[in-house]
Ligand binder design. Structure first.
Ligand code: 3PG
Length: 211
């Protein structure tokens, strides 16, 4: 059992958040929880990202906080120190994979082809993020991977929304679905937390209908 197995024991939704104001992180995480979502990936694409992770880790202990868009070992360490319990990268590199393994971090490497997958496997990864999911091959690609790598589990991200999430959720090798549709830019800008809860609730309903 790996740390990621423990964090995601059943089919989950992972909102991918690009945050401009760290102070929005706590109400946002609370709104997700209110809508039934139990994890959040805050990306380090903005300056506020790290502080947002820190705020959520400190004030919203019931949500599983993760860091996203991790491209260097230093970012992974900083996110872990801020309280992130898992880390997500858009791709896989030898350096990141070795670092995550040495530190014992729960890390989801991004993969888009069989070679990426094999690199991640060489460092012990069994759960990975398919990115960008729709552009790299989507559902048919995951079906193909399931026959070649039946032991692996994937979190497809990129190009997924309320309309097509069910296609991914129906695959037995999918353990989570990630995306920004739950926390749209304009909804965050308006601080419309009710809307975040509503989208979360609709998406979770669609997910559990399939489970
Ligand atoms: C990611 O970081 O995983 C993607 O940017 C999320 O993709 P989406 O915006 O298409 O959901």
């Amino acid at each position: 059992m790996t740390l990621l197995d423990t964090l995601f024991p059943s089919l989950s939704l992972v909102p991918v958040v690009v945050i401009d104001h760290a102070d929005d992180a706590v109400p946002l995480a609370e709104a997700l929880l209110e809508g039934g979502i139990t994890s959040i990936e805050i990306t380090l694409r903005t300056e506020a990202g790290l502080r947002a992770i820190e705020q959520v880790a400190k004030h919203v202990p019931n949500i599983i906080i993760g860091s996203g868009t991790i491209t260097t070992p230093a970012q992974m360490d900083a996110a872990a120190n801020a309280g992130a319990r898992f880390h997500v990268s858009p791709g896989v590199t030898e350096k990141l994979a070795a670092h995550a393994a040495t530190k014992g971090y729960a890390w989801l490497p991004g993969v888009a082809n069989a070679s990426n997958i094999m690199t991640a496997m060489e460092h012990g990864a069994t759960r990975m993020k398919l990115f960008p999911a729709s552009l790299s091959g989507g559902v048919p690609m995951l079906k193909q991977f399931a026959s070649v790598f039946p032991q692996l589990r994937f979190c497809p991200t990129g190009g997924i929304d309320e309309k097509n999430m069910h296609e991914y959720a129906a695959l037995p090798t999918v353990f989570a679905i990630g995306g920004s549709w739950i926390t749209p830019k304009e909804v965050l800008a308006a601080k419309d937390w009710k809307q975040v809860s509503a989208i979360s609730q609709r998406s979770m309903k669609a997910l559990t209908a399939l489970a």
